[in-house]
Design a binder for this molecule. Structure first.
Ligand SMILES: C[S@@+](CC[C@H](N)C(=O)[O-])C[C@H]1O[C@@H](n2cnc3c(N)ncnc32)[C@H](O)[C@@H]1O
Length: 191
């Protein structure tokens, strides 16, 4: 049990019907066949909940377009839903190399290291670029008393709360905390 990967609820919207409505009316009809194939193939994986939620993916694609991202970096790949989404969204001359100034960073890895990733990425992402962090509401546990949360989820719940506080206090970035998927914090580097 000690080594169990903490499992969030896959989304924070606590109404299955409403979430299905969003997926079926706005997300799935626009999802590319390639992404659907990855999502279907991942559905039977024991850690299927790892995959970036399709609604959060749609938001991410919109952000990539809005900043005209060409150079992107991702931390936490799993079966590659968010990575393929990025590759399909950025222009053909876009790059996913780890060098130079990046337009866009997406972090969906070990929650205890988000602040470390943030410091590294603040050097890699250019001023005006975006840093996007996934699972920032950790299945809704961030708003629940610790004692009501299963023990195996508590460590990353705490890390997620601390990350949110630190990002809010970080005046090098503008932020928006969006309740899409499992929660997404969008940061725009301003200095
Ligand atoms: C939540 S999944 C990412 C899901 C991915 N965004 C998708 O859409 O399929 C987290 C991934 O981060 C990886 N990971 C965990 N700790 C990491 C670390 N320290 N460095 C890099 N990757 C890490 C895990 O192996 C896993 O593949």
């Amino acid at each position: 049990m000690a080594n169990r990967v903490p499992e969030p609820n896959p989304v924070v919207l606590q109404s299955d019907q409403l979430y299905q409505y969003i997926l079926e009316t706005s997300v799935y009809p626009r999802e590319s066949e390639h992404l659907k194939q990855i999502r279907d193939a991942t559905a039977t994986h024991p850690a299927a909940f790892f995959g970036t939620a399709p609604d959060a993916g749609q938001l991410m694609a919109m952000l990539l377009k809005l900043v005209n991202a060409k150079k992107t970096i991702e931390v936490g790949v799993f079966t590659g839903y968010s990575l393929l989404l990025t590759a399909l969204t950025i222009p053909d001359d876009g790059q996913k190399e780890n060098e130079g100034a990046f337009d866009f960073a997406f972090v969906d890895a070990d929650k205890g290291n988000y602040l470390n990733y943030h410091e590294r990425l603040m050097k890699l992402v250019k001023v005006g670029g975006l840093l996007v962090y996934d699972n920032t509401l950790w299945g809704g546990t961030v708003a629940k008393p610790e004692e009501s949360v299963p023990v195996y989820k508590r460590q990353w719940r705490k890390a997620t709360i601390e990350f949110s506080k630190s990002i809010t206090a970080d005046h090098r970035v503008e932020i928006s905390h969006v309740p899409s998927g499992d929660g997404v914090i969008i940061c725009r580097r301003i200095c």
